[in-house]
Design a protein around this ligand. Structure first.
Ligand code: PLP
Length: 376
């Protein structure tokens, strides 16, 4: 079905980024974070490229995302880390999805599902080492360990991982980083004392920013997300050799001459300075071109950068190309790796006061993802 815009995903770039990050992490085993539709890149094809590139595991926020990976034929270990009451735990166990637990209630739910299905649950216990998001607070950690050790002795739960997450790894030198690492080391020591210290239990903490800055955070496994997709986890330190995988393009739907002083789009926030050619770009805030990009963000059209002219609408926005030639069907590039002079997702993020994670994950479901460099 025709849609006048697409997100082109360069799977060779993904494989390159995985290999580069593995090297950067000294060969440590890798779990690729594939949540949120693989950061907007399209879950199954992208996750497959992450595995082809060298990740031996995948991680998702929700069980539903892990089940989608299984339905797509991906059979590497997958961990899901946001477990809410009512989660389809039995289905998760039957599909060999590993589950995170940060409180005893979750462990009890998982154990119940394991007893009902007869499948031993593979569980990663999460410690809150200072982010105060997911994870067991320090005071509750020994209780969680003891409960897990009991369920393990019973044979319903296998503890396969111990993990935590950084709050400020993208701010090198932030005092919380070393504190979280020390805290995690303490949590691991307590696990050992609780009988959960065998070497087959994998310990993991590092997101993309930690992989590129903190060798101490490698442990047994690293968990990159944004860097897999070629976007810098710490833009102030450069691109680390990563290659952006997504290029967002649209076809001009309409090009027309308008007179001087024409007010453009809702609210007339842009007015033509002289007689000029306007182009209609058929992507809007419903597709992830944030309304805040009005009169701000740039695109590449008719050989040059153009600032969005006037209000971004739900399905469309306008550009002003002056007297340059522009016709319906011409390609406009919103962002990409930058090779052809187009803006990057990083430039969009900087321009809009956000991070690249939000730029790529917001690309709407109606925009087709088209894969290039598919491994055969
Ligand atoms: C998203 C996420 C990651 C990856 O984070 P990046 O900053 O994108 O590298 C790793 N671990 C967990 C638990 C996450 O939620």
């Amino acid at each position: 079905m025709h849609f006048p815009a697409e997100a082109r995903i360069d799977l060779a770039a993904i494989r390159h980024n995985v290999a580069l990050l593995r090297e950067r992490a000294g060969g440590t085993e890798m779990m690729g974070a594939a949540k949120a539709d693989a950061y907007g890149h399209g879950l199954v094809p992208t996750a497959r490229a992450v595995v082809e590139g060298g990740a031996s595991r995948l991680g998702t926020a929700f069980v539903r995302e892990a089940l989608e990976l299984r339905a797509g034929g991906i059979d590497v270990p997958v961990l899901s880390w946001i477990i809410t009451p009512g989660e389809p735990l039995e289905e998760a166990l039957r599909q060999d999805v590993e589950l995170s637990a940060c409180e005893e209630r979750t462990l009890a739910d998982i154990a119940a599902a394991a007893r009902r299905t007869g499948v031993t649950a593979k569980v990663h216990l999460q410690a809150d080492t200072g982010m105060s998001r997911g994870g067991a607070p320090l005071a509750a950690w020994p209780g969680l360990l003891a409960a897990a050790a009991r369920l393990r002795a019973e044979g319903v739960v296998d503890v396969v991982g111990l993990w935590s997450h950084f709050a400020c790894a993208d701010i090198p030198g932030h005092p919380s980083i070393e504190l979280q690492l020390d805290c995690f080391d303490g949590a691991l020591k307590q696990a050992e004392q609780a009988g959960l210290g065998d070497s087959r239990i994998i310990r993991h903490m590092a997101n993309s920013a930690a992989i590129v800055t903190l060798p101490r955070a490698r442990y047994d496994l690293v968990r990159p997300g944004i860097a897999l997709y070629g976007l810098s986890p710490i833009p102030e330190l450069g691109d680390f050799g990563l290659r952006p995988a997504m290029t967002l393009v649209a076809q001009i739907a309409l090009a027309k001459r308008v007179p001087e002083s024409s007010g453009v789009s809702y609210g007339h926030l842009y007015t033509t300075a002289k007689e000029t050619t306007l182009g209609l770009v058929p992507l809007g805030y419903a597709d992830g071109v944030l309304r805040h990009a009005t009169n701000r963000a740039e695109v590449l059209a008719a050989g040059r950068r153009r600032t969005i002219a006037g209000r971004v609408c739900m399905d469309q926005f306008m550009i002003d190309v002056g007297d340059d030639p522009l016709r319906a069907g011409d390609e406009v590039v919103l962002f990409g790796p930058g090779d052809r002079g187009e803006p990057t997702a990083q430039e969009w993020a900087d321009n809009l006061g956000t991070i690249t994670h939000e730029i790529v994950t917001r690309i709407g479901a109606r925009v087709p993802r088209i894969y290039t460099q598919v491994e055969t």
